[in-house]
Design a protein around this ligand. Structure first.
Ligand SMILES: Nc1nc2c(c(=O)[nH]1)N[C@H]1C(S)=C(S)[C@@H](COP(=O)(O)OP(=O)(O)OC[C@H]3O[C@@H](n4cnc5c(N)ncnc54)[C@H](O)[C@@H]3O)O[C@H]1N2
Ligand code: MOO
Length: 394
């Protein structure tokens, strides 16, 4: 099989990942989820002309006063006597103006003796002061948030003010994570010579914790065709089965044969990317199968470029792919003479970007120092410092 270009592999994976559909979800569980439909205002905001200050509601035509204080309006009041000429109404922040009133003077700007209120010396309030007009934020039927938006705390507040206690958001994908490799032990367990802590599953779990999804950690599966095949069969009710390791060409690289033995099919294998070449994409019944390479940095890079976009799409995002930002190089870079696009661990600081250290795909220290990938497409010439290059932050 030839190496599939990264964008083509992303397209094929996303085409195979239809959104899971929406579920009505209480606002306190909506953070980070994608809206599946537009949110239209169910109420006017503000519902009436409201005071923005504690003070007195008056008629502008009555300036410069004095006024007779005729009553009081507090937040929550809905039926007030109209204000006649020469009258002021004591009013508090968020309270409705009585009909006839068209402005508010702050209490700091007046003096009051009994029921008589006067402007303090030198105060010249402007027409319409300190009034929040009815519907000046939004009116019933206005589109408050567009479908496909990923909800942040401000969206959730806006939906609540707009009259909602729950919103339609994409269902959370269920993701089963399988670590393959007889050499692996669980993190923290004794790792004698020949054994290695399984870092990929905890890394992926940490990456996915920022997304609306449900993760099932299947654990470590040894390099046995039979055992891995059964692990696939047990995991196939998930929306996505993610494996790490066993994706390449060695005698113990069993992900493809085990997937086929479980009744699944391979869509593509091997992409034109470094690190991450042996990526596998397939299906097992309704589950998407994404086989990530075992090398930890390869697993991180392919999860960033393929797994996370698929999760976003299933969960309702309409723009699931990471968008590269053109960023100046802080130092010169060599040409990329290979047939594969290089994704280089790098650090973006003070507006420029530079590689963060060793680029061997087994080495995690330079990944831990990095906050982005510099993309060097296959065949690009050397670049001098200051050249704009595409960067994906993480
Ligand atoms: N003859 C060839 N050999 C290799 C090729 C190739 O094209 N021809 N491709 C290389 C590339 S590129 C990569 S990437 C690796 C990936 O191979 P696998 O996906 O089969 O990964 P493994 O062989 O199972 O493991 C590779 C490496 O990573 C360690 N590992 C595995 N799982 C984990 C884990 N969960 N946590 C931490 N570390 C893990 C494993 O012990 C190995 O050291 O293949 C190249 N070879
Ligand atoms: O594609 Mo591999 O991830 O270069 O080591």
């Amino acid at each position: 099989m030839s190496l599939l270009p990264v964008t083509e592999a992303q397209r094929r994976l996303l085409d195979a990942a239809p959104p899971l559909g929406g579920e009505t979800t209480p606002l306190d569980q909506c953070i980070g989820r994608w809206l599946t439909g537009d949110v239209l205002a169910r109420r006017d905001q503000p519902w009436a002309d409201l005071s923005a200050m504690d003070g007195y509601a008056i008629r502008h035509s009555d300036l410069p006063g004095p006024w007779q204080v005729a009553g009081e309006s507090a937040a929550g009041d809905a039926s007030l006597a109209p204000l006649s000429s020469g009258q002021a109404m004591r009013i508090f922040t968020g309270a409705p103006l009585p009909s006839g009133a068209d402005m508010v003077v702050m209490q700091e700007d007046v003096t009051r003796t009994g029921d008589v209120m006067r402007l303090a010396p030198g105060v010249t309030p402007r027409a319409g002061a300190h009034v929040r007009r009815a519907r000046s934020d939004f009116a019933i039927g206005d589109t408050l948030i567009e479908g496909g938006t990923r909800l942040n705390p401000a969206h959730i507040a806006l939906a609540a003010i707009g009259g909602y206690g729950a919103l339609p958001v994409g269902r959370k994908p269920r993701i089963a994570i399988i670590s393959t490799g007889s050499e692996l032990v669980e993190p923290g367990e004794d790792a004698p010579p020949g054994r290695l802590p399984a870092s990929n599953a905890v890394m992926l779990g940490a990456m996915l914790s920022a997304f609306p999804c449900e993760v099932e950690q299947v654990g470590i599966i040894s390099d046995s065709l039979d055992i891995l095949t059964h692990a696939f069969i047990r995991a196939k009710s998930a929306d996505i089965i993610v494996t790490t390791g066993g994706a390449s060409v060695g005698d113990h690289d069993l992900v493809r044969p085990a997937l086929e033995a479980a009744g699944g099919a391979i869509d593509f294998w091997k992409i034109a990317m470094r690190p991450g070449k042996p990526l596998i994409s397939g299906k097992l019944d309704s589950a998407l199968v994404i086989g990530l390479p075992g090398n930890p940095v390869s697993a991180f890079a392919t999860a960033t470029l393929f797994l996370l976009p698929v999760i976003r799409k299933l969960a309702g995002s309409i723009s699931p792919l990471p968008v590269p930002l053109m960023t100046p190089l802080g130092e010169a870079m060599d040409a990329n003479a290979s047939q594969r696009d290089a994704y280089l661990r790098a650090t973006l600081t003070d507006g420029s970007v530079a590689v963060s250290g060793e680029q061997d795909s087994a080495m995690l220290q330079s990944l831990a120092r990095a906050n982005c990938f510099i993309i060097r497409p296959a065949g690009v010439p050397a670049a001098h410092a200051g050249t704009l290059v595409p960067v994906i932050t993480f």
